[in-house]
Design a protein around this ligand. Structure first.
Ligand code: GLN
Length: 513
């Protein structure tokens, strides 16, 4: 094949497949070969699903030849974050405690992916139970940022973002509890979307904080995110928080946005999400993107969200509280690891303690302790109760701001990718990565990160777009408009400027088809 299929977007792959320029087996094999070549350096994948992916590709090719009507993305390969359960495929959530567990069922979004005929390339690395901003908390080693292998790919979904940035997959699934789709998107130069809470089913997501978790797309273009978001979204009776009714037309919005006309669109710059603490190059790229949006006809206004200042504090009470309850099921009895005490009687309680002691990493233990403390009698009102009140105030800030603006914008993350180890011993510094992304999770509103260019250090910067709940289409319109303006400014995709990766053939579990 003369053309390198891994450089095509999902929409381009879909077009080529429909035109029968190449087959899904060609496209899938090209990505599996790329994984073999570069994943030794990047370590985006925990498990490669070669055999099954190729079988899916073959079946889609046969159905296409037979003239069957197929989903627009049929035959386009995808990677899935390892916190999403996949029948018959190992699912670890980045934790030793789940090592060896093979789920007996699929998450709803995986069912949809399979039904549409997307070959699943494998499962991507992540911070343990999605707790982190750097993927350094994975029990299975760091994922490296394709822009600079000494730096973090963001987290918790560093594996999905790095896989897409390294052209190992055109599409990936991430999950975002406080920024884990958007912040990795920002630091790897990819597009990441956290849908409206309830927009994509959580059935089959290993829960961290149920009132905040949301799965969404990780891609290289805004249109690709819209295509994937429409596929995985929609009402699911198996998720009690799923939104009934029709979701907005996201692909149409992206296509409309790409025409570059934003006249009549009010873009609100959140005063509290920029300035102090934000790297100079990040703020500079943000300002430049605002100028581009103005040039497309958007009206730029400033809005104030005074309670966003307390979002991080509220998040780090609500999230650990919910996590401490959700993680109680990992007891050494039901899933994965079971460790018996080294000496003394083998009681249920002692097996639980030994299993959790050996199976959970430090960050997970830290959050379980924080959460149980915040929920304990005598502290509940002071901590959890207060945090919930702050959450309401943040929701009101959003409601007030959306009276003056159709979308809100900010830098996605305060800095570009940092070096490994830089923030590992300082949990608070690590938590600060999500100052700009967390408010959306607390309010349930959708958020998108679009690559906005390179900072002075040569590393990618993300531009965040937030919309009111159930108005995800607005961010696709604005995101696609900004993307097309930036593409003309750069003269081509940002990821074309990433350095070439060292290639080496490596062995990964499940790699050989
Ligand atoms: N970095 C945040 C945390 O550690 C967000 C994680 C996420 O979105 N899953 O909680």
């Amino acid at each position: 094949m003369s053309e390198d299929l891994t450089r095509l977007s999902a929409a381009e792959l879909a077009e080529g497949l429909t035109a029968r320029d190449f087959s899904s087996v060609d496209a899938t094999q090209a990505h599996l070969d790329r994984i073999v070549a570069v994943d030794g350096a990047v370590n985006a994948f925990l498990h490669v699903n070669a055999e099954e992916a190729l079988a899916t590709a073959r079946s889609v090719d046969e159905r296409r030849v037979a003239g069957e009507e197929l989903h627009p993305l049929a035959g386009v390969p995808i990677a899935v974050k390892d916190v999403v359960v996949t029948r018959g495929m190992p699912t670890t959530a980045g934790s030793k405690i789940l090592e060896g567990w093979i789920p007996p069922y699929d998450a709803t979004l995986v069912e949809k992916i399979r039904a549409a005929g997307l070959p699943i390339l494998g499962k991507t690395n992540m911070d343990e139970f999605a707790m982190g901003s750097s993927t350094e908390h994975s029990a299975f080693g760091n994922t490296r940022n394709p822009w600079d292998l000494d730096r973090i790919p963001g987290g918790s979904g560093g594996g999905s973002a790095a896989a897409v940035a390294a052209f190992e997959a055109p599409l990936a699934i991430g999950t975002d509890t406080g920024g884990s789709i958007r912040q990795p998107g920002a630091v790897t130069g990819t597009v990441g979307v956290k849908p409206t809470y309830g927009g994509v089913s959580r059935y089959g997501l290993i829960a961290m904080a149920s009132s905040l978790d949301q799965a969404g797309p990780v891609t290289r273009t805004v249109l690709d995110s819209a295509l994937l978001h429409e596929l995985i979204g929609g009402y699911d009776p198996r998720d009690s928080t799923s939104i009934p009714g029709r979701a907005p037309a996201l692909v149409d919005a992206a296509v409309q946005g790409a025409t570059g006309d934003l006249s009549g669109v009010r873009v609100g710059v959140v005063k509290e999400l920029n300035g102090e603490g934000y790297q100079e190059g990040v703020s500079a790229r943000f300002a430049q993107s605002l100028d581009l949006l103005r040039g497309l006809g958007a009206e730029i206004v400033e809005v104030s969200c005074p309670h966003f200042e307390y979002a991080l504090g509220a998040y780090y009470l609500i999230m650990p509280s919910e996590a401490s309850s959700n993680l109680a099921k990992f007891d050494g009895m039901r899933f994965g690891l079971r460790v018996e005490p080294e000496e003394g009687p083998v009681t249920a309680e002692r097996v639980m303690a030994a299993t959790r002691g050996a199976g959970f990493g430090d960050e997970v233990k830290r959050r379980i302790i924080l959460g149980t403390y915040a929920l304990s009698a005598g502290y509940y009102d002071a901590y959890y109760g207060s945090a919930q009140k702050v959450r309401t105030l943040i929701q009101r800030d959003f409601a007030a701001a959306f009276e003056h603006a159709d979308v809100l914008v900010s830098p996605t993350a305060p800095t570009t990718a940092f070096r490994f180890g830089e923030k590992l011993d300082d949990p608070l510094a690590m938590y600060l990565n999500d100052v700009a992304t967390i408010p959306a999770n607390l309010a349930g509103v959708p958020g998108m990160s679009v690559p906005a260019g390179l900072s002075d250090d040569g590393l990618p910067v993300g531009f965040q777009i937030l919309a009111p709940a159930k108005a995800d289409d607005r961010m696709y319109r604005v995101g696609a408009a900004l993307e097309s303006a930036l593409l003309s400014a750069w003269g081509g995709p940002l990821l074309d400027r990433a350095p070439a990766l060292p290639t080496a053939t490596i062995e990964k579990e499940g790699q050989v088809g």
